[in-house]
Design a binder for this molecule. Structure first.
Ligand SMILES: CC(C)(COP(=O)(O)OP(=O)(O)OC[C@H]1O[C@@H](n2cnc3c(N)ncnc32)[C@H](O)[C@@H]1OP(=O)(O)O)[C@@H](O)C(=O)NCCC(=O)NCCS
Length: 181
C-alpha cells in the first residue's frame, strides 16, 4: 500500500511525531475544533502524540487511514484528512488550519483521498457528515459529488454537547461523474 498521495500542490503522508507542534497550533484553534466531533479543546501535545500513535496502530489494523496534508512548495503542515471505519462504511473527514482556509486545499486533498479509497482500497461507497453551522464543509462535500443522506445528532467534544449533523454519501460512480463534469 502507498502511504504518500500527491496532488498538484499537496503531499498527503503519514503523520509523524515531528508534526506535533504544528498540529497543536492549528487544531488548537476553537474555530477548527468546534467543527470536528472527536477533537478536545483545549488541545494539548499529549493529545497529538496519542493521535499519531493511535493512527499508526489503526492503519496496521485497517480501521483508520489518516494523512497529514502538507504543501509541496514549503513542506508546511496544513491539516489532516482520513478515513475511519464505522459499522457499515468508511467515513472520511478533514480539517485545515485557519491560515490555509479558502484556497481550495480541502477540496484538492479530499479528491485525492477519495480516489485512494475507491481505487486502492476498492471501496464502492463512502460516508461523511458536517455540522449544521459549517456550510463550507458542506460545499466541499457537494463539490466531490456527495448527496444528502439524512440528519442526526453527533457528539462534539470541544462544544461539550451533541450538534445537529448533515449526513452525506459518496458513491464511486458519483465521484467519477462529478470529476469528469
Ligand atoms: C471546512 C474546511 C475544511 C474548508 O477548507 P477549505 O480549504 O477552505 O475548502 P475549499 O477552499 O477547498 O472549499 C471551500 C468551499 O466552500 C466555500 N465556502 C467557504 N465558506 C463558506 C460558507 N460560509 N458558506 C458556504 N460556502 C462557503 C468556498 O467558497 C469554497 O467553495 P468554492 O471553491 O466553490 O469557492 C475548513 O474551513 C476547515 O478545516 N474548517 C474547520 C474543520 C472542519 O470544518 N472540517 C470539516 C468537518 S466536516
Amino acid at each position: 500500500m502507498v502511504w504518500r498521495l500527491e496532488t498538484k500542490r499537496l503531499l498527503l503522508r503519514v503523520p509523524a511525531p515531528f508534526d506535533v507542534a504544528e498540529i497543536v497550533a492549528l487544531i488548537g484553534d476553537y474555530d477548527v475544533a468546534k467543527n470536528l466531533s472527536r477533537v478536545p479543546h483545549p488541545y494539548r501535545e499529549t493529545d497529538a502524540r496519542g493521535w499519531i500513535e493511535a493512527m499508526a496502530e489503526a492503519r496496521f489494523q485497517g480501521t483508520e487511514y489518516a494523512f497529514a496534508i502538507t504543501r509541496k512548495e514549503d513542506d508546511a503542515y496544513l491539516g489532516s484528512i482520513g478515513l475511519h471505519k464505522r459499522e457499515d462504511a468508511f467515513e472520511f473527514g478533514y480539517w485545515l488550519g485557519k491560515p490555509f482556509w479558502k484556497q481550495g486545499y480541502a477540496t484538492e486533498a479530499a479528491r485525492r483521498l477519495v480516489a485512494f479509497a475507491f481505487m486502492e482500497l476498492g471501496l464502492e461507497r463512502l460516508i461523511a457528515g458536517y455540522f449544521h453551522d459549517n456550510p463550507a464543509s458542506g460545499h466541499v462535500l457537494e463539490k466531490l459529488g456527495c448527496v444528502p443522506d439524512g440528519m442526526d445528532h453527533r457528539d462534539c467534544l470541544s462544544r461539550g454537547h451533541a450538534v445537529y449533523c448533515h449526513k452525506v454519501v459518496l458513491t464511486r460512480d458519483n465521484f467519477w461523474k462529478k470529476k469528469a463534469a
